[in-house]
Write a protein that binds this ligand. Structure first.
Ligand code: ADP
Ligand code: MG
Length: 290
């Protein structure tokens, strides 16, 4: 039978908007040594907004944005929403043969030209020379923005950058994790420089970036193989396998159902403070059990 104080701990969690699935999860949360935080939607609000359009090879800003947005209308990625919204009143043409390359970008035919939009890896795979756009992208990433390259008809045409706001509580939550003696890491599919810039802003020094969606769980497992008890916090479909792999998975309640189903703990609010509170409740409960 579950000891009474474990039941009390689960109840205390519920009063604080923290739904703990089992006494086991509550117990394990007190032993966590590392907490891995998804970036987009977990540390940040997950609602990126268009910030910059830089062009090259004679293309103009509206043209690059119009073609990019025409393609992104077909994508459900948060980056896509930012670009479509950023295109505002521009008239978007129909596209043909849309395809998404997970973790890399999107492509389609637009007005008889092949158009692609995504990260450096995608451009590299397709043999697109980036020229001075590479330095532009680096500068944007160092500001914590996510740059995406656009190629039109086989030539580099521009860089579109979006920025996502850090949630109000993220900085204080990271500091609280550290005070509790936890190592804090960030995991993201976003590029290394962007991730490091966000990491600096919230006080995280261990950054796992450019991680493909299917590799997030594997990264959690690698930390476990270092002998650590690992907590994972995420909101997206991509995070579900990592949430299941972690010793304790925490889902942001405002995230996708798939993440919530895979997790041991659900935070009703979107704040990372909920994870801190969960660990605190767990530690005080375990003191009572002992
Ligand atoms: P995240 O963890 O940020 O959601 P993803 O694995 O979904 O990361 O994407 C990684 C990178 O691939 C993005 O930062 C972006 O550069 C590129 N990418 C993915 N999907 C798209 C898209 N729909 N449009 C443009 N770029 C994309
Ligand atoms: Mg996310």
């Amino acid at each position: 039978a579950t000891p009474v104080s474990l039941t009390t701990g689960v109840g205390l969690g519920a009063q604080n908007g923290i739904l703990i699935r089992s006494g086991d999860a509550l117990q394990t949360a007190s032993k966590l040594q590392t907490v891995v935080l998804d970036k987009t939607g977990t540390i940040t609000k997950g609602k990126p907004e268009l910030t910059n359009v830089v062009t090259e090879n004679g293309f103009d800003e509206d043209e690059v944005l119009r073609l990019a947005a025409a393609i992104e209308r077909n994508s459900e990625h948060p980056l896509a929403g930012a670009i479509v919204e950023g295109a505002g009143e521009l008239d978007l043409p129909q596209v043909a043969g849309f395809s998404a390359i997970p973790g890399h970008g999107v492509e389609a035919g637009v007005e008889g030209r092949g158009v692609m939009l995504g990260n450096a890896k995608l451009m590299d795979d397709r043999g697109i020379a980036l020229g001075r756009l590479e330095a532009e992208a680096r500068r944007l990433a160092d500001d914590g923005k996510t740059p995406m390259y656009v190629a039109i008809g086989g030539a580099a045409a521009g860089v579109i950058a979006v920025a996502d706001t850090i949630k109000e509580d993220s900085v204080s939550a990271v500091a609280a994790f550290k005070r509790l003696g936890l190592e804090v890491a960030m995991i993201t599919g976003d590029n290394q420089r962007t991730a490091e810039a966000i990491g600096r802003q919230v006080g995280i020094d261990r950054v796992l970036a450019e991680v493909l969606p299917q590799d997030k769980a594997h990264n959690v497992q690698k930390l476990q193989l270092e002998g650590k008890k690992v907590g994972m916090v995420g909101d997206g479909i991509n995070d579900a396998p990592a949430l299941a792999q972690a010793d304790v998975g925490f889902a942001i309640g405002t995230g996708t159902d798939v993440a919530i189903e895979a997790a041991d703990v659900t935070l009703i609010s979107g704040s990372l403070r909920g994870v801190v509170t969960a660990v605190e409740i767990s530690k005080s409960t375990m003191r009572n059990v002992r």
